[in-house]
Design a binder for this molecule. Sequence first.
Ligand SMILES: Cc1cc2nc3c(=O)[nH]c(=O)nc-3n(C[C@H](O)[C@H](O)[C@H](O)COP(=O)(O)OP(=O)(O)OC[C@H]3O[C@@H](n4cnc5c(N)ncnc54)[C@H](O)[C@@H]3O)c2cc1C
Length: 339
Amino acid sequence: MRPFGYERAESAVAAARRAADTGATFIGGGTNLVDLMKLGVMTPERLVDVSRLPNRDIADADDGGLAIGAAATNTALANDPRVRERFRVLSLALLSGATPQIRNKATVGGNLLQRTRCPYFYEVGLPCNKRAPGSGCGARFGRSRDAAVLGTSEHCIAAHPSDMAVAMVALDARLGVRGGDGDLRWLDVDALHRLPGDRPDREHDLAPGDLIETVRLPPPPPGRHVYTKVRDRASYAFALVSVAVVLAVEDGVVTSARVALGGVAPKPWRARAVEAALTGARATWRAFCAAAEAELAPARGHGDNDFKIPLARRAIAGTLAEAAGIAPEVPTGGRRATP
Ligand SMILES: Cc1cc2nc3c(=O)[nH]c(=O)nc-3n(C[C@H](O)[C@H](O)[C@H](O)COP(=O)(O)OP(=O)(O)OC[C@H]3O[C@@H](n4cnc5c(N)ncnc54)[C@H](O)[C@@H]3O)c2cc1C
């Protein structure tokens, strides 16, 4: 690892100003950043530690939502009684991620800005437009098993790894970002991450010194919360496909649907085609399959990861069915009807 400077900030304003002035990189729990520094993928000259800033509280907001300090740990957020009861999909998503030890260190701000797990990004000897612009995308014609199938470009097919962010997108979270000038501005979590286009190295529009200080959850949407994570192992594994659903059904009709996907796109993916297809529709297995089909219509595999497309269809339909309390249809012959 290269030598680097380290300092702790006393306040969010001081941290943002310091990073803007010196070009320093924030460090939260360090569970992603330190690994990347050891591998030489990220080489910051100076770190500003924001893990011990006072913004660790989780508090009721005036509108009935929740205000979450970005220095709160993933464990604290997942176990907060209000999150477990009223924003359950967020608690489920967090608890499906990493391990208890990592969740005890990892912060909300760091989780949102954790980097992709694409193997080409992690190996400095291999081409990766995200790490080394212009070097090419190794995954497109190489190992693509973990890669995205939606929102990719010819320059990058890396998938976004966060489970927490998927639930936050479904819940319409907003981020309070403290700039180097000391001002606080607000940003929808769905607008935080960019699609790769021809600049996969630009993952978001935050400027140097922009500190994620707080996350606001609006009052929870009505309905039942379910988070499905399909992965290679039951723990300690990133999502191949994940689905966050908050679904309300009255008299057999969907009155509200919030759906977001993980593991399939370069950013947490709000499944707007599913939501549009289902709102006002009857809550049936066929309708859930058709909605999943619509969302995945533009999906493109890259060989190794072709399986993600039918897997995502099934995961979406199955998660919706679980939230609606209906059984997937089993046609004669005993096989489950799948989209
Ligand atoms: C073995 C292992 C398994 C894992 N499995 C999963 C999994 O299944 N699902 C999942 O979602 N995650 C998983 N993770 C990733 C883990 O969730 C992240 O490493 C963690 O959330 C990052 O948080 P952190 O505070 O440690 O961030 P850091 O490593 O400190 O920082 C990450 C990035 O965020 C930036 N940053 C940090 N805080 C702020 C802030 N407040 N404002 C602006 N920028 C900031 C840093 O500069 C850095 O670029 C796993 C990690 C490991 C090591």
